[in-house]
Design a protein around this ligand. Structure first.
Ligand code: ATR
Length: 278
Protein backbone atom coordinates (compact mmCIF):
# COMPACT_ATOMS: atom_id res chain seq x y z
CA UNK A 1 0.00 0.00 0.00
CA UNK A 2 1.21 3.50 -0.86
CA UNK A 3 2.16 5.48 2.26
CA UNK A 4 0.26 8.73 2.75
CA UNK A 5 1.59 11.97 4.29
CA UNK A 6 0.19 15.49 4.44
CA UNK A 7 0.87 19.06 5.44
CA UNK A 8 -1.73 20.58 7.79
CA UNK A 9 -2.25 24.29 8.39
CA UNK A 10 -4.56 27.20 7.72
CA UNK A 11 -4.46 28.61 5.09
CA UNK A 12 -3.02 25.70 3.13
CA UNK A 13 -4.29 26.01 -0.47
CA UNK A 14 -1.09 27.64 -1.72
CA UNK A 15 1.33 25.34 0.13
CA UNK A 16 4.27 24.22 -1.98
CA UNK A 17 4.89 21.16 0.21
CA UNK A 18 2.84 18.69 -1.93
CA UNK A 19 4.84 19.70 -5.01
CA UNK A 20 8.17 19.52 -3.13
CA UNK A 21 7.47 16.06 -1.70
CA UNK A 22 6.21 14.77 -5.07
CA UNK A 23 9.51 15.89 -6.63
CA UNK A 24 11.48 14.24 -3.77
CA UNK A 25 9.51 10.99 -4.20
CA UNK A 26 10.17 10.99 -7.97
CA UNK A 27 13.87 11.74 -7.45
CA UNK A 28 14.36 8.95 -4.91
CA UNK A 29 11.84 6.41 -6.27
CA UNK A 30 9.74 6.35 -3.09
CA UNK A 31 6.16 5.06 -3.25
CA UNK A 32 4.19 7.71 -1.35
CA UNK A 33 1.60 10.44 -1.75
CA UNK A 34 1.48 13.77 0.03
CA UNK A 35 -1.63 15.90 0.52
CA UNK A 36 -2.48 19.38 1.85
CA UNK A 37 -5.19 19.49 4.53
CA UNK A 38 -6.78 22.61 5.99
CA UNK A 39 -7.71 22.46 9.68
CA UNK A 40 -9.92 25.01 11.44
CA UNK A 41 -7.96 27.31 13.71
CA UNK A 42 -8.71 25.81 17.10
CA UNK A 43 -6.38 23.61 19.10
CA UNK A 44 -9.15 21.11 19.90
CA UNK A 45 -9.70 20.67 16.17
CA UNK A 46 -6.02 20.14 15.64
CA UNK A 47 -5.91 17.30 18.16
CA UNK A 48 -9.11 15.74 16.80
CA UNK A 49 -8.00 16.02 13.17
CA UNK A 50 -4.59 14.48 13.90
CA UNK A 51 -6.23 11.54 15.70
CA UNK A 52 -8.48 11.06 12.66
CA UNK A 53 -5.54 11.06 10.25
CA UNK A 54 -3.70 8.50 12.40
CA UNK A 55 -6.72 6.20 12.43
CA UNK A 56 -6.97 6.54 8.64
CA UNK A 57 -3.41 5.24 8.32
CA UNK A 58 -1.42 8.42 7.55
CA UNK A 59 2.30 7.86 8.24
CA UNK A 60 3.32 11.40 9.09
CA UNK A 61 2.54 15.11 8.82
CA UNK A 62 4.15 18.42 8.30
CA UNK A 63 2.64 21.13 10.45
CA UNK A 64 2.60 24.76 9.45
CA UNK A 65 1.09 28.07 10.58
CA UNK A 66 -0.76 28.38 12.96
CA UNK A 67 -0.34 24.91 14.52
CA UNK A 68 3.38 24.55 15.30
CA UNK A 69 2.82 25.18 19.01
CA UNK A 70 -0.26 22.92 19.18
CA UNK A 71 1.84 20.25 17.45
CA UNK A 72 4.48 20.68 20.15
CA UNK A 73 1.90 20.27 22.91
CA UNK A 74 0.16 17.21 21.42
CA UNK A 75 3.31 15.15 20.73
CA UNK A 76 4.08 11.84 22.46
CA UNK A 77 7.84 12.36 22.20
CA UNK A 78 9.91 15.39 21.19
CA UNK A 79 13.29 15.46 19.45
CA UNK A 80 16.02 17.73 20.86
CA UNK A 81 15.44 20.25 18.07
CA UNK A 82 11.70 20.36 18.76
CA UNK A 83 12.37 20.91 22.48
CA UNK A 84 14.84 23.70 21.85
CA UNK A 85 12.69 25.42 19.23
CA UNK A 86 9.55 24.91 21.38
CA UNK A 87 7.73 24.29 18.08
CA UNK A 88 7.09 21.29 15.85
CA UNK A 89 6.85 21.07 12.06
CA UNK A 90 7.10 17.28 11.54
CA UNK A 91 5.16 14.35 12.96
CA UNK A 92 6.05 10.70 12.40
CA UNK A 93 3.36 8.23 13.46
CA UNK A 94 4.71 5.00 14.97
CA UNK A 95 3.43 2.27 17.32
CA UNK A 96 4.82 4.37 20.18
CA UNK A 97 2.70 7.38 19.26
CA UNK A 98 3.45 10.76 17.73
CA UNK A 99 7.17 11.42 17.32
CA UNK A 100 7.70 15.16 16.84
CA UNK A 101 10.57 17.03 15.29
CA UNK A 102 11.52 20.46 14.06
CA UNK A 103 13.46 20.53 10.78
CA UNK A 104 13.25 24.28 10.03
CA UNK A 105 16.64 25.13 11.51
CA UNK A 106 18.58 22.35 9.86
CA UNK A 107 16.80 23.23 6.60
CA UNK A 108 18.21 26.76 6.80
CA UNK A 109 21.72 25.68 7.82
CA UNK A 110 21.90 23.09 5.02
CA UNK A 111 20.60 25.59 2.46
CA UNK A 112 23.27 28.17 3.33
CA UNK A 113 26.11 25.64 3.58
CA UNK A 114 25.25 23.36 0.65
CA UNK A 115 23.35 25.55 -1.82
CA UNK A 116 24.90 28.89 -0.81
CA UNK A 117 28.36 27.33 -0.59
CA UNK A 118 29.16 29.20 2.65
CA UNK A 119 30.12 27.32 5.82
CA UNK A 120 29.13 28.79 9.19
CA UNK A 121 32.41 27.65 10.75
CA UNK A 122 34.47 30.60 12.08
CA UNK A 123 32.04 33.14 10.58
CA UNK A 124 30.64 36.29 12.19
CA UNK A 125 26.86 35.94 11.99
CA UNK A 126 24.23 38.67 12.37
CA UNK A 127 20.63 37.61 12.94
CA UNK A 128 17.76 40.07 12.62
CA UNK A 129 14.65 39.21 14.63
CA UNK A 130 14.01 37.25 17.82
CA UNK A 131 10.66 35.59 17.22
CA UNK A 132 9.64 31.98 16.70
CA UNK A 133 11.45 31.66 13.38
CA UNK A 134 14.80 32.70 14.88
CA UNK A 135 14.30 30.57 17.99
CA UNK A 136 14.04 27.54 15.69
CA UNK A 137 17.32 28.14 13.86
CA UNK A 138 19.71 29.03 16.69
CA UNK A 139 20.60 25.54 17.87
CA UNK A 140 21.59 24.04 14.48
CA UNK A 141 23.32 27.31 13.61
CA UNK A 142 25.44 27.23 16.78
CA UNK A 143 26.18 23.54 16.13
CA UNK A 144 27.81 24.64 12.87
CA UNK A 145 30.41 26.53 15.02
CA UNK A 146 30.37 30.16 13.89
CA UNK A 147 32.95 32.56 15.41
CA UNK A 148 30.22 34.74 16.91
CA UNK A 149 26.51 35.49 16.72
CA UNK A 150 24.79 38.83 17.24
CA UNK A 151 21.00 38.96 17.48
CA UNK A 152 19.36 42.33 16.79
CA UNK A 153 15.64 42.94 17.22
CA UNK A 154 13.09 45.76 17.23
CA UNK A 155 12.41 44.82 20.87
CA UNK A 156 15.98 44.45 22.23
CA UNK A 157 14.88 42.58 25.39
CA UNK A 158 13.55 39.71 23.31
CA UNK A 159 16.95 39.38 21.60
CA UNK A 160 18.69 39.43 24.99
CA UNK A 161 16.45 36.70 26.43
CA UNK A 162 17.02 34.54 23.37
CA UNK A 163 20.79 35.10 23.46
CA UNK A 164 20.93 34.04 27.13
CA UNK A 165 18.90 30.89 26.44
CA UNK A 166 21.40 29.78 23.83
CA UNK A 167 24.62 30.64 25.67
CA UNK A 168 27.48 28.29 24.73
CA UNK A 169 31.23 28.77 24.25
CA UNK A 170 30.39 30.73 21.12
CA UNK A 171 30.08 34.46 21.88
CA UNK A 172 26.45 35.50 21.47
CA UNK A 173 25.37 39.11 21.92
CA UNK A 174 22.13 41.05 21.50
CA UNK A 175 20.89 44.58 20.85
CA UNK A 176 18.29 46.78 19.19
CA UNK A 177 18.73 48.04 15.61
CA UNK A 178 20.88 51.04 16.54
CA UNK A 179 23.52 49.20 18.61
CA UNK A 180 24.65 46.42 16.27
CA UNK A 181 28.44 46.13 16.72
CA UNK A 182 30.40 47.27 13.65
CA UNK A 183 32.64 44.70 11.98
CA UNK A 184 35.55 45.43 9.67
CA UNK A 185 34.30 44.45 6.17
CA UNK A 186 30.83 43.71 7.54
CA UNK A 187 29.32 40.46 8.85
CA UNK A 188 30.07 37.23 6.95
CA UNK A 189 26.50 35.97 7.15
CA UNK A 190 23.39 38.09 7.77
CA UNK A 191 20.02 36.37 8.26
CA UNK A 192 16.75 38.27 8.26
CA UNK A 193 14.33 36.35 10.47
CA UNK A 194 11.91 39.23 11.09
CA UNK A 195 8.47 39.16 9.56
CA UNK A 196 9.06 42.70 8.25
CA UNK A 197 9.56 41.45 4.67
CA UNK A 198 5.98 40.15 4.72
CA UNK A 199 4.85 43.77 4.88
CA UNK A 200 7.54 44.87 2.41
CA UNK A 201 9.40 46.65 5.24
CA UNK A 202 13.09 46.75 6.08
CA UNK A 203 14.61 46.48 9.55
CA UNK A 204 16.26 49.92 9.95
CA UNK A 205 19.88 48.76 10.21
CA UNK A 206 23.11 50.45 9.14
CA UNK A 207 24.29 49.51 5.61
CA UNK A 208 27.75 49.11 7.19
CA UNK A 209 26.83 45.61 8.37
CA UNK A 210 26.90 44.34 4.76
CA UNK A 211 30.39 43.68 3.38
CA UNK A 212 31.62 42.94 -0.14
CA UNK A 213 31.68 39.21 0.59
CA UNK A 214 28.68 38.93 2.91
CA UNK A 215 26.02 36.29 2.39
CA UNK A 216 22.67 37.99 2.99
CA UNK A 217 19.78 35.58 3.61
CA UNK A 218 16.09 36.41 3.94
CA UNK A 219 13.96 33.68 5.51
CA UNK A 220 11.04 35.00 3.41
CA UNK A 221 10.69 34.23 -0.27
CA UNK A 222 8.57 35.21 -3.23
CA UNK A 223 8.55 35.22 -7.02
CA UNK A 224 11.11 38.04 -6.97
CA UNK A 225 13.92 39.10 -4.60
CA UNK A 226 12.64 40.42 -1.27
CA UNK A 227 13.01 44.08 -0.28
CA UNK A 228 15.75 43.02 2.12
CA UNK A 229 17.73 41.29 -0.63
CA UNK A 230 17.30 44.36 -2.89
CA UNK A 231 18.52 46.63 -0.08
CA UNK A 232 21.62 44.46 0.48
CA UNK A 233 22.48 44.46 -3.23
CA UNK A 234 22.09 48.24 -3.41
CA UNK A 235 24.37 48.55 -0.40
CA UNK A 236 27.03 46.11 -1.64
CA UNK A 237 26.50 44.94 -5.25
CA UNK A 238 29.03 42.12 -4.83
CA UNK A 239 27.33 40.52 -1.81
CA UNK A 240 25.59 37.17 -2.21
CA UNK A 241 21.83 37.09 -1.52
CA UNK A 242 19.49 34.15 -0.99
CA UNK A 243 15.79 33.92 -0.14
CA UNK A 244 14.03 31.39 2.07
CA UNK A 245 12.75 29.07 -0.66
CA UNK A 246 15.79 26.88 -0.05
CA UNK A 247 14.94 26.74 3.66
CA UNK A 248 11.41 25.60 2.79
CA UNK A 249 12.76 22.86 0.54
CA UNK A 250 15.49 22.03 3.10
CA UNK A 251 13.07 21.53 6.00
CA UNK A 252 10.97 19.32 3.71
CA UNK A 253 14.05 17.28 2.78
CA UNK A 254 14.83 16.60 6.46
CA UNK A 255 11.21 15.58 7.12
CA UNK A 256 11.37 13.29 4.07
CA UNK A 257 14.55 11.78 5.49
CA UNK A 258 12.92 11.15 8.89
CA UNK A 259 10.02 9.35 7.20
CA UNK A 260 11.74 7.52 4.36
CA UNK A 261 15.38 7.18 5.45
CA UNK A 262 16.60 8.76 2.19
CA UNK A 263 17.87 12.32 1.92
CA UNK A 264 16.83 13.91 -1.39
CA UNK A 265 18.92 16.50 -3.21
CA UNK A 266 17.44 19.94 -2.70
CA UNK A 267 19.09 22.07 -5.43
CA UNK A 268 17.16 20.62 -8.41
CA UNK A 269 13.89 20.83 -6.46
CA UNK A 270 14.53 24.46 -5.48
CA UNK A 271 15.21 25.24 -9.16
CA UNK A 272 12.04 23.51 -10.31
CA UNK A 273 9.81 25.16 -7.69
CA UNK A 274 11.31 28.56 -8.52
CA UNK A 275 10.73 28.04 -12.24
CA UNK A 276 7.06 27.22 -11.55
CA UNK A 277 6.75 30.35 -9.39
CA UNK A 278 8.08 32.66 -12.13
P1 ATR B 1 7.87 34.43 13.57
O1 ATR B 1 7.33 33.09 13.99
O2 ATR B 1 7.65 34.73 12.11
O3 ATR B 1 9.27 34.66 13.99
P2 ATR B 1 7.07 36.22 15.69
O4 ATR B 1 7.45 35.25 16.74
O5 ATR B 1 5.83 37.04 15.84
O6 ATR B 1 6.90 35.50 14.28
O7 ATR B 1 8.33 37.19 15.44
C1 ATR B 1 8.34 38.20 14.48
C2 ATR B 1 9.69 38.88 14.46
O8 ATR B 1 9.71 39.88 13.45
C3 ATR B 1 10.05 39.57 15.76
O9 ATR B 1 11.45 39.59 15.89
C4 ATR B 1 9.48 40.97 15.52
O10 ATR B 1 10.06 41.96 16.32
P3 ATR B 1 9.52 42.21 17.83
O11 ATR B 1 10.11 41.14 18.69
O12 ATR B 1 10.03 43.57 18.17
O13 ATR B 1 8.02 42.15 17.74
C5 ATR B 1 9.90 41.15 14.08
N1 ATR B 1 9.09 42.13 13.33
C6 ATR B 1 7.80 42.02 12.97
N2 ATR B 1 7.41 43.08 12.23
C7 ATR B 1 8.49 43.89 12.13
C8 ATR B 1 8.74 45.14 11.49
N3 ATR B 1 7.78 45.79 10.80
N4 ATR B 1 9.97 45.67 11.58
C9 ATR B 1 10.94 45.01 12.25
N5 ATR B 1 10.78 43.83 12.89
C10 ATR B 1 9.57 43.28 12.82
Amino acid sequence: MTDVYAVVGNPIAHSKSPLIHRLFAEQTGQDMVYEAIRIDDEATNFKYEVAGLISRGYKGLNITVPFKLDAFEQATSLSESAKVAHAVNTYTFTEKGIEADNTDGIGLVNDIQQNGGVSFAHKRVLILGAGGAVQGILEPLLDALPASVHIANRTPQRAEVLGKRFETDIPISASGWDAIPEKASGYDIIINGTSASLEGKLPPISPGVVGENSLVYDMMYGDKPTVFMDWAKQTQPSCQTMDGLGMLVGQAAEAFYLWRGVRPETAPVIAEVRALMA
